[in-house]
Ligand binder design. Sequence first.
Ligand code: SF4
Length: 216
Amino acid sequence: MEVTPGSSDDGKQLSSLLSQTQANGISVTEIIGDTAYSGKDNLAEMKKETIQPVVPLNPIVHHGGERQEGFEYNKDADFMVCPAGQHSTRKAMQGSKQSGKSRSLVFYFDVEKCKACPLSEGCYKRGSKSKTYSVRIIAEHFKEQIEFELSDTFKERIKRRPIIEHKNAEMKRFHGMATAKYRGLFRMRIQAYLTAFVVNVKRMVKLVEHKQPALE
Ligand code: SF4
């Protein structure tokens, strides 16, 4: 488990989650996750570790070019967050539909906020009528994963992904995780770790009971 601010990119947690899992003695041969984990670096890391990535590709996550420092994509809300914490207000696809190579997804920011922004140097050009942030979409970097996504194996394995959502729902509905009980990451970590501990213990008890039914 990793606890991060709501605006951070889930995909960046993959390395740390993988290390935690391996440090706990679990050999990882497959990772099933949502689109947030389908970034180029994550796919490369899984390949290096001979782990099968069962993660659907997302055109925004599997971008080609380098991202400008400090801009983060929030996949749940589908907007870009700039270094000053401003959310993009809209997005548009640019480029030819026929050529995946030249297409870009462009996110637009509110220039009124940029005009008053202390971080505008090198980001917003004074007098400009718009401030945009573009993500290039380069399909060939993901050829192997695009092919795997079409396979029967992928379609079968990805069906297991909702299992974790049931666990998340259990934590939210029955153990208070729908609401942040405290402010600050440190305190939120305590709430999250203890909640995870509780649902894990419940699961362990269930497994033990299943293996060793209580004597009548
Ligand atoms: S200039 Fe605009 S886009 Fe750039 S950091 Fe400031 S608010 Fe964000």
